[in-house]
Write a protein that binds this ligand. Structure first.
Ligand code: NI
Length: 144
């Protein structure tokens, strides 16, 4: 057996960021349905958003979408092969919307959520209904 050079060369330099308080991050903006990127993991963004009311039906053709509810309660309507259903996510719950599944998040009484998805993923997906004015079609904003 011969000795090989290390294969685990990082694809990019490690980030030298600072710790991020999620409560501080959430307190730094008021926009609804307009995620802020709090950090990244490999090719994924970790985003937080404040939400209230309804988002828009949309689908991500190439990626799952992970949700963690930080505050309040999030509802996600899903259109699946056997029909439409709704999942309710209380604070502390996680849920993954599978790629290719139409979904519409909503929060009647408001919520704060964390999402984990590939960098560049649009909030309104690859296909969507008409985007209402209160929904920000974005790949996420930097924290200010
Ligand atoms: Ni989505």
């Amino acid at each position: 057996m011969t000795s090989e050079p290390s294969q685990d060369t990082p694809s990019r330099p490690a980030q030298r960021g600072e710790p991020v308080s999620l409560s501080t991050a959430l307190a730094s903006f008021t926009d609804l349905w307009s995620p802020r990127i709090v950090t990244s993991v490999n090719d994924y963004d970790v985003r937080v958003a404040k939400v209230e009311g309804e988002h828009v039906w949309h689908v991500h053709d190439h990626t799952d979408e992970f949700f963690l509810v930080l505050e309040g309660e999030l509802t996600i309507a899903l259109r699946e092969a056997d029909g439409e259903r709704t999942v309710t996510l209380p604070k502390g719950s996680v849920f993954t919307v599978p790629r290719g599944t139409q979904h519409k998040p909503s929060a009647a009484d408001g919520a704060a959520i964390l999402m984990f998805e590939p960098t560049g993923t649009l909030t309104v997906g690859d296909r969507h209904d008409k985007v209402p004015d209160h929904v920000d079609a974005t790949t996420g904003h930097a924290l200010s």
